[in-house]
Write a protein that binds this ligand. Structure first.
Ligand code: A2P
Length: 336
């Protein structure tokens, strides 16, 4: 069977890769509809070997769409996802609009694929990019040894913020190398040659919304509200690929050797862990443009009996967003 597939936000950093991944993986697309705002309607985007006309979401009739992939921000999802679902589409939403709703499944394809079936609203949520790669790496360890607590600091690339943020990093970098002064626009302070300990909005306790996504989404995906998560989200001047320095405390002792074995056998994971120059994954050398979640620096925590350290790197636009959304679409298509 062939599907009529809509991509909402098709001109964005994630939407463009959703189209590329649908084509690469030969998803059974009978008809593709690419949607964005009226700003880019009338333009064209690539889909496989074709160029497809961009249409205005506001005036598009969703009747007949089978599967809709949304990545145009939370406000667009809140307004339009229910309309597409009411018209009969299965909506796979990359925004945070519905992730924590009890009647919307939050799915990482390697971790809780069975959850896609329970979707009373016709909406399936794609997790936050940082949570996504963390879950692919930690779910197999959680099943084996029971994770009680996760301590994570992220090193997040600018593509996660969107196309304007990538342009800002490029512009500031070029400007500074040419002895020009630069003004921050997308980020609150200069991102080029800097690191910013801030993602999203601050809450009353001083945590950011990006940090709280790691707390809440982790518990929902692993189905375990007892897991403690302590997160610090940091933006770094990298274009593609998020990195995470992760420390876990497990119920049962997990040696580095055992963790390495579990991760080598885990779906979606590639272990790159040689204690030598370059024997670890980085955004540029491993993650960017690739599908896997790369794990290295696996070692026992000298300060805690049941503590383990890992370094987790993945392409935030691919596994962190577009690829997982398409993998969810494949799970839906497999239902027949
Ligand atoms: P547009 O190109 O028309 O602005 P990014 O995350 O890279 O910034 O991309 C955001 C995506 O969401 C773009 O494709 C953008 O389209 C789309 N978008 C933003 N606002 C709307 C809207 N109100 N209606 C439809 N698409 C939108």
């Amino acid at each position: 069977r062939q599907y009529k597939v809509a991509v909402v936000g098709a001109t964005g950093a994630v939407g463009e890769v959703m189209l590329a991944v649908l084509a690469e993986r030969n998803f059974p697309v009978g008809e593709i509809v690419v949607l964005a705002s009226e700003r880019s309607a009338g333009g064209r985007v690539a889909f496989g070997d074709d160029e497809v006309l961009v249409r205005d979401l506001a005036t598009f009739d969703p009747a007949g769409v089978d599967i809709a992939l949304f990545s145009a921000g939370g406000a667009v999802s809140k307004e339009y996802a229910p309309k597409f679902a009411a018209a009969g589409a299965v909506v796979i939403d990359n925004s945070s609009a519905f992730r924590m709703d009890a009647d919307v499944p939050l799915v990482v394809s390697e971790v809780n694929p069975e959850a896609v079936k329970d979707r009373p609203r016709g909406i399936i949520a794609n997790p936050n990019c940082s949570t996504m790669q963390l879950m692919v790496a930690l779910a197999p360890l959680h099943r084996a040894a029971g994770i009680e607590r996760i301590n994570v600091a992220t090193y997040q690339s600018v593509s996660g913020t969107g196309r304007k943020a990538m342009e800002e990093l490029g512009r500031q970098t070029a400007g500074l190398l040419n002895f020009q002064s630069v003004e921050p626009e997308v980020y609150p302070v200069q991102i080029a040659f800097n690191v910013i300990p801030h993602g999203g909005d601050f809450d009353a306790n001083g945590h950011t919304s990006e940090e709280m996504k790691l707390v809440h989404e982790t518990r929902k995906i692993l189905g375990d509200d007892a897991i403690g998560v302590n997160a610090t989200v940091v933006r770094v001047p990298v274009f593609y690929g998020h990195s995470e320095a992760v420390n876990i405390e497990t119920r049962d002792k997990l040696t580095a050797v055992r963790a390495r074995e579990l991760l080598q056998a885990a779906p979606g994971v590639e272990v790159v862990d040689e204690p030598a120059n370059g024997g670890y994954p980085t955004p540029v050398t491993h993650a960017s443009g690739n599908d896997a979640v790369f794990v290295g620096r696996i070692r026992e925590d000298l300060s805690h009996e049941r503590g383990l350290n890992l370094w987790v790197v993945s392409d935030n636009i691919r596994k962190g967003a577009a690829l997982n959304a398409v993998q969810i679409a494949e799970l839906v298509a497999a239902e027949g």
